[in-house]
Design a protein around this ligand. Sequence first.
Ligand SMILES: [Fe+2]
Length: 309
Amino acid sequence: MAGIKEKTGPDRENPFLPENVAAFRRWRDAKLARAEESLALGDPVEIRDLSRPGDSERRELARRCALGNAAFYACPNQPDEPERIRDQLRAFAAAMGLRIAERHRSAGRGGIVALTVSNAEAQRAYIPYSRRPMNWHTDGYYNAPDDQIRAMVLHCVRPARDGGVNQFLDPEIAYIRLRDANPDYIAALMHPEAMTIPQNTEPDGAVRPASVGPVFSTDPATGALTMRYTARTRSISWRDDPLTAEAVAFLNSVLNGQEPFIQTVRMEAGQGILCNNSLHNRTGFDPDLAMDSARLLFRIRFHNRVARS
Ligand SMILES: [Fe+2]
């Protein structure tokens, strides 16, 4: 007769649940080794044709995403016309398994948002379309919890003359720092009402409903960690609980401190990042330029993750 087996199941193996101490330890050690490896990667992956990345290029991009949830790439032959780059980017993302694109109010052809200084009515109130710095966040933090952004491509068509520097951090590293400091921080940030972004009326009158949800959750499709976060302090409310406040303060101290896995990058023309929605920020740019800044980045966001990462 078979003996009674210890209960197992997907939850038991999920390293991100605070109660699973042994699974977390195993995952943590392996993750930190991968993160070290990703720091030593060197130059971005060179992509000869953005619209048709080759087998070895795709393998290397996926490998880097598996190590650190992000891969920088450089495309030395990007076309001169931004509209052609737009088409190529969609094909590039699809080649990396990214097919479930979000519908964004500012998306143009191909579901791609042009991040550039804009005076358009629908955009001028928003920091992404200004020269101003942007604080740490993951993309789509205001989306509903069942509408999470899990991957994105951010591609530099034209850099700023001055500034516009991005920093990136793998959300899994942020998770480890928090859990190492105090496992209760994780429980607080996994609470389904941890972070609320209040309802917002868009300039065109459309109403974006309040977004209530956790900071950390796991992707039901893959079991991977998903992070929803913004360091903004206006138009946000945190669950009224001392541990939540402490966890958020600790996370901000990591992001603004000497975290060795934060990568600082000023993307040049033709360079970009493919990532599983890394934490990122941006410095302001072209403050003294009398004419409009020419900085142009394309961004495309997805509800699924980079394939094989
Ligand atoms: Fe962003």
